[in-house]
Design a protein around this ligand. Sequence first.
Ligand SMILES: [Zn+2]
Length: 232
Amino acid sequence: MKIDTESFSYHVVFSAKRRSIALQVRQGHLVVRAPLATNLADIKRVVAKQRLWVVKHLQQSKALVNKPDYLELGLLPLQNVKLPLIFKRMTKSSIISVDGVLNIAVSNRVKPDRFNAKVIALLQDWYKQQAFIWFSERVNYWHKEMKVQPGQIVIGNWKTRWGYCKQNCELGFNWRLMMAPDWVADYVVVHELAHLIHLNHSSDFWSLVSDYYPQMEEAKNWLKRYQHTLDL
Ligand SMILES: [Zn+2]
């Protein structure tokens, strides 16, 4: 059964096995599961009560569904530009950038059903190389400004963090930040370097970051809003 509200619609699925009403958000849609004998007014009351939760989760879920398919689009974000992609079959797999166009060659030995997976693996390696060059340069710039001594730089592939700073001063940065505008990635550099002074997220830490990086809040908001687009 489909029910419409002012801000969203949902389906109700009745089940003899259920003992209570449950709300689920999947793939941008709300599904309400209810025991067989539940009357509609009760269901509507539960949904109305959870309205804010539903709207928030629908937005998050829709954002995930809406992640751009960069391979399909043939355009890949690299910081502030979008690079056109050209795919080829060659004897060896490689990625070469020619005049701002990314030429992606996939080895003839890769089976057709593995083509996209191979492209994604190649692109991830390529992003990691770009990230290492760029983050090394930015750490070099900011550590002089901030008068801190960083350790080695590691580029990583994490789903849930943008960077880290270890007690031994090692700094980690997520390659996905190369898909974001440079001023957003630069905030993460200042953030991690600031941990060399405060190894916590105290108010002293945040005021240090915003002293060096006044766009801190904008960068944090950008990451919250667009993080789902920073993936292949
Ligand atoms: Zn931190």
